[in-house]
Design a protein around this ligand. Structure first.
Ligand code: FE
Ligand code: CA
Length: 514
């Protein structure tokens, strides 16, 4: 399908016959829909893969960078699910409405699909057909599972070529761990530039998301791999916490901004209806089940958290907090919020799969730094919420969770950790494993400084902040493996290099070099 400028005025029946439809013409209304250009420029996506269910996504946007370019009316969209890439053997089809309320995005939830098989899908609207997407369900009782981990893709810092290699790996799904886009930009060393300044309004966020989605590598990764999307802070505003934000906007003002950002995120991700924003909130935490092999808990680390401890001091002296910040230690402070904490515990109480994967946006393990010769802890990740971290560790122990594995992003570096059962004694017996993936493009933290802190942090088995890239995780009942790949962000057609591999044997929560 070409992208050239054209104006289409298609009668419903003509559209149907042009697509070779038989008996489906009535799916188009008799009204004519005039669109200024090809409406599927943002591509297609699938997500939330289960044993017999998944979500298909597209958004009609003939002019994505100018707010979408759609008329403010409901437009009928037809979808097809087929057994073959040429879409000849159609297995299911249906019709949905794309409306202005959600930027003409559609989310089609499919249930009772055949487990463990590949599917192809396509959307039709206003006489045009979308690209053909590829997706897959998980087998009834999977014996192995492979997923890619990605996070932190600042468009101005480079190309998203890591996705070319993720596509080659053909994982069962991709877990995106947050910072899908950055709200801020500018400065030196830009390889590309954001089209506009910092987003504030719903229209701004839609444009920012659409701009990222026009990236060919990112769009192709959505077309070919089912995604499980999480967010961190930059999807709204750097380091926000609930309704507190770094710009010190009032809660009411920031609530409006956050609502806009959440809605735009929902509109651009293959999420289920239950994640549809309601009021100021959007439910993103959820569980995905993979038979007896694994359960994936997607944790929302931003929407419900207590404000960062000693925020005003941290603002002046850097965000690592020394022993004089007592607020950090207050027991009622929560990273997940009370309701999500209870939900996590209810998930841990369930029938145990071999692996319980906790996909939070950030590092879970403690990390002690030295500042002014005193121990100090970062205030924005779990290190700023030590009581909440202890509650989650206690829940893992109370329910004797088999093989918990934390996965995260946010720090633009690779980590392999054994999570100590007592975070204050970092050489205490491990209670879980943890793998953190580096950024797709965002700048890494200072390598030498972090390496200097490692003697105080013997639970950290691997740290590498000098490379951009992604991680690939695979597991069988007996063993987990994580491969860390570096990919050059400055190249549009990059090579990849395997930096390190780690395995975790079932029953021994300690990553070992493979
Ligand atoms: Fe980031
Ligand atoms: Ca972040």
């Amino acid at each position: 399908m070409t992208d050239r400028k054209r104006r289409r005025l298609i009668q419903g029946l003509a559209a149907g016959s042009a697509l070779g439809l038989t008996g489906c013409q009535s799916l188009y209304s008799a009204s004519s829909i005039a669109l200024p250009d090809y409406p599927f420029k943002l591509g297609v996506a699938s997500g939330e893969p289960g044993i017999g269910d998944l979500v298909l996504w597209t958004r009609l946007a003939p002019n994505p960078i100018a707010g979408g370019g759609m008329p403010q009316i409901n437009v009928p969209v037809r979808w097809e699910l087929a057994a073959d890439e040429s879409m000849r053997q159609v297995l299911r089809q249906g019709r949905v409405t794309a409306g202005p309320r959600f930027a003409h995005a559609v989310h089609v939830e499919l249930n009772h699909l055949e487990p463990g098989r590949e599917y192809f899908y396509r959307f039709y609207a206003a006489g045009e057909a979308s690209p053909v997407g590829r997706t897959a369900t998980l087998p009834e009782n999977p014996q192995r599972l492979r997923f890619a981990m990605a996070s932190c893709q600042h468009l101005e810092r480079g190309y998203f070529g890591a996705y070319q290699h993720i596509i080659n790996d053909s994982p069962d799904f991709l877990v995106f761990l947050g910072d899908y886009f950055y709200e801020t930009g500018g400065g030196r060393n830009r390889l590309r530039s954001h089209a506009r300044g910092e987003p504030m309004s719903l229209e701004d966020y839609r444009i920012r998301l659409a701009e990222y989605r026009l990236d060919p590598d990112l769009q192709e990764a959505h077309r070919l791999i089912p995604w499980v999307a999480n967010w961190d802070d930059h999807e709204v505003d750097n380091d926000y916490a609930g309704l507190d934000n770094q710009d010190l906007a009032s809660h009411a003002l920031f609530a409006a901004r956050r609502r806009a950002a959440y809605q735009a995120f929902y509109e651009h991700m293959p999420l289920r209806q239950k994640s549809r924003p309601a009021g100021n909130a959007m439910q993103l935490y959820r569980a995905l089940e993979f038979g007896g092999l694994a359960r994936l808990l997607v944790l929302d680390g931003r929407q419900y958290r207590s404000v960062q401890a000693c925020r005003e001091e941290a603002r002046k002296t850097g965000r690592a907090l020394g022993p004089d910040c007592l607020e950090r230690l207050e027991p009622e402070r929560s990273y997940l919020g009370g309701v999500q904490e209870l939900w996590v515990e209810s998930q841990l109480r369930k029938r145990q799969p071999d692996w319980t994967i906790l996909a939070g946006p950030q590092v879970f393990s403690p990390f002690e730094q030295t500042k002014n010769d005193l121990p100090a802890f970062w205030n924005d990740d779990w290190n700023g919420y030590p009581a909440a971290r202890k509650r989650l560790i206690a829940a893992l122990q109370a329910h004797a969770v088999k093989n918990p594995v934390f996965v995260g992003g946010d720090v633009h570096s690779f980590w392999a950790n054994q999570v100590p059962s007592d975070p204050d004694r970092r050489d205490s017996a491990p209670v879980a494993s943890e793998f953190v993936t580096t950024a797709i493009t965002s700048n890494g933290p200072p390598y030498d400084f972090f390496m200097q802190q490692m003697p105080k942090n013997p639970h950290v088995k691997y740290f590498e902040s000098r490379y951009r890239g992604y991680s690939l995780c695979q597991m069988t009942r007996e063993r987990w493996q994580t491969d860390c790949y570096s990919v050059d962000r400055s190249s549009a057609k990059p090579e990849r290099v395997r930096l390190a591999s780690f395995v975790v044997d079932s029953g021994n929560p300690s990553p070992q070099r493979a």
